[in-house]
Design a protein around this ligand. Structure first.
Ligand code: SF4
Length: 340
């Protein structure tokens, strides 16, 4: 059973050939599982009582971001599939003219074939599934929900049956980093998934509280990331977007073109939260609040371009891995289809 390939999805849904601006809408903070690395977990006081976004505001934001140049909308959360008016939001995005209409999901609700078919009919054409281990029991432990792995896989299968383009998100922690190459191989061999987002864990929220069991350094992660990239290269895979997130060039030289978020953004995306909006400044907001550079960075060829690494990582591991880059490394031979 295979997902649409990137080329098939581009033709079928008339997606733009170059990546365009993204409208990211956080519908609410509710979730139906409890990932140990969540940054916006309702278990935490600061997220517990936050209101969901009103559907009227979702419509307003969809209009505003479309006028601002967005052709891609991502509905996120919390878990977007348990937002009661998701169908309406998707349908509105479709009518407005968004080409890529995506959810970022843990896949639990997608295991219901009726639900999967319904949101496909509303206009969903891309789903990004979060999956964090290849061993079912380990995935279930990571998301603290028995049976979650089985449902996520069922959700992937239901998406494929409905010709929804499927991508996968993997949050990298000490619990899974050695298994990343096997996970990607499993997802490609069994479901034809071409686009991956390998996200180095953000040590904030619940992940900060659990950092004693989740923490792993870039030096430990990168060999497994490179092995994964070699596998993707060997298959001539064409991902739809950059593969690595929360990395900087000095820890993964040659990966500059496949790290989604290392540069200070000059063409930024829109971020809409229930309580606040960041129009044209999603990444800038993240950069300004979460990241830092050290004095050593001043000697790096990327100093003026690089947004730096996360302060929360520095708190745990210090800055010894962030050595200034003197020359540009040969790029790894894999490119996302959409270019920034
Ligand atoms: S500026 Fe600093 S964090 Fe960025 S790539 Fe260079 S050494 Fe690394």
């Amino acid at each position: 059973m295979n997902s649409l390939s990137t080329i098939e999805a581009i033709k079928k849904y008339e997606w733009p050939y170059h990546r365009t601006k993204v409208c990211e809408i956080t519908l609410h903070y509710k979730c139906n599982i409890k990932c140990v690395f969540c940054y916006s977990s309702p278990e935490l006081d600061e997220w517990k009582n936050k209101n969901p976004m009103l559907i009227s505001n979702v419509f307003k934001d969809l209009i505003s971001s479309y006028q601002n140049g967005s052709k891609i909308v991502q509905f996120i959360g919390g878990e977007p599939t348990i937002y009661p008016e998701l169908d309406k939001a998707i349908l509105f995005a479709k009518k407005k003219g968004y080409k890529v209409i995506q959810i970022v999901t843990n896949g639990q609700k997608m295991a219901d074939p009726v639900f999967a078919e319904r949101i496909k009919k509303a206009g969903l054409n891309s789903a990004s599934f979060s999956i964090h281990h290849i061993i079912p029991q380990k995935h279930d432990e990571t998301v603290r929900t028995p049976g979650a792995f089985k449902k996520t896989i069922k959700g992937i299968e239901n998406a494929i049956k409905n010709e929804i383009y499927v991508t996968a998100n993997i949050a990298i922690t000490a619990l899974n980093y050695k298994h990343i190459p096997d996970m990607v191989k499993f997802l490609y061999d069994n479901y034809g998934i071409e686009t991956y987002s390998l996200i180095a864990a953000h040590f904030i929220g619940i992940a900060d509280k659990n950092s004693h069991k989740l923490k792993v350094s870039y030096s430990d992660i990168v060999p497994y990331v490179l092995k994964t990239l070699s596998f993707l290269e060997s298959k001539n895979i064409l991902p739809v977007s950059p593969i690595l997130s929360n990395f900087v060039p000095c820890v993964a030289p040659g990966c500059e073109h496949i790290i989604s978020d290392w540069q200070i953004p000059f063409n930024d995306d829109d971020l809409y939260l229930p309580e606040k909006s960041y129009k044209n400044s999603m990444y800038l907001h993240i950069t300004n609040t979460l990241r830092m550079k050290t004095d050593k960075c001043k000697k790096c060829i990327y100093f003026n371009l690089c947004a730096g690494f996360e302060k929360s990582y520095y708190k745990i591991f210090g800055g010894k891995e962030f050595e200034p880059i003197k020359t540009i490394s040969k790029p790894v031979a894999i490119s996302p289809f959409y270019k920034h």
